[in-house]
Design a protein around this ligand. Sequence first.
Ligand code: GDP
Length: 177
Amino acid sequence: ISQKDEYCVLILGLDNAGKTTYLEAAKTKLTKNYKGIHPSKVTTTVGLNIGKIDIGSVQLNFWDLGGQSELQSLWDKYYEESHAIIYIVDSSDRDRIDESKDIFDKMIANENLQGVPLLVLANKQDLPDCMGVREVKPIFNKNAHLIGKRDCMVMPVSALTGEGVDEGIRWLVDCIK
Ligand code: GDP
C-alpha cells in the first residue's frame, strides 16, 4: 500500500464568507472530476468542519474554522500544523471587505505561516453586483511586504455554483507538493 502525502489546509475568512459552502463544493467537484477518487466521510462539529479530499497521491485534510470574531482567536492554534491557507472573501459584501483584509493581514503576519501558500478566493462571483477579482486583488495585494516570498494567488470562485473551485485546489496542490 502506498503511503499518501498528507497536507493540512486551513479554510479561513469572516463568518458568512462561504467557507462551509466552499468545502462542500470542493468535495462534490473533486469527486466528480477526479474519477475513482472518493472523499472520505466528513464530520461536522460546531465551529469546525473537517473534510478529506484525495487528489492523486496527495491527501488534503481541510479544516474549516469558524469565522466569528470570538472564534478567530483560535485560528493561530492551527497555523503550525497547516501547509496551505484558503482565505475566503465575500465579494458581494463591500461593507466588510476592509474588515476581511485586516484579519487577513493579521493572519499572514503570524510567524508560523511564513512560507505557507495563500489562496485568496473572491467568492460569490455568481452575484451580479459583486466585486470582481480585479477589484479584490489589489486590496489583498496591498501589503505585499507582509506576503513576502510565499505563493499568493487571488482567484474568483462561486462556492454556490462550484465555478472556479477546481482551479483553486489545483493551484494549491501544485504549490505544496
Ligand atoms: P461561512 O460562515 O463562511 O461558513 O459561510 P457559509 O458557507 O455558511 O455561507 C454563508 C452564506 O453565503 C450562505 O447563505 C450561503 O448560501 C451563501 N454563499 C456561500 N457561498 C456563496 C456563493 O458562492 N454565492 C452565493 N450567492 N451565496 C453563497
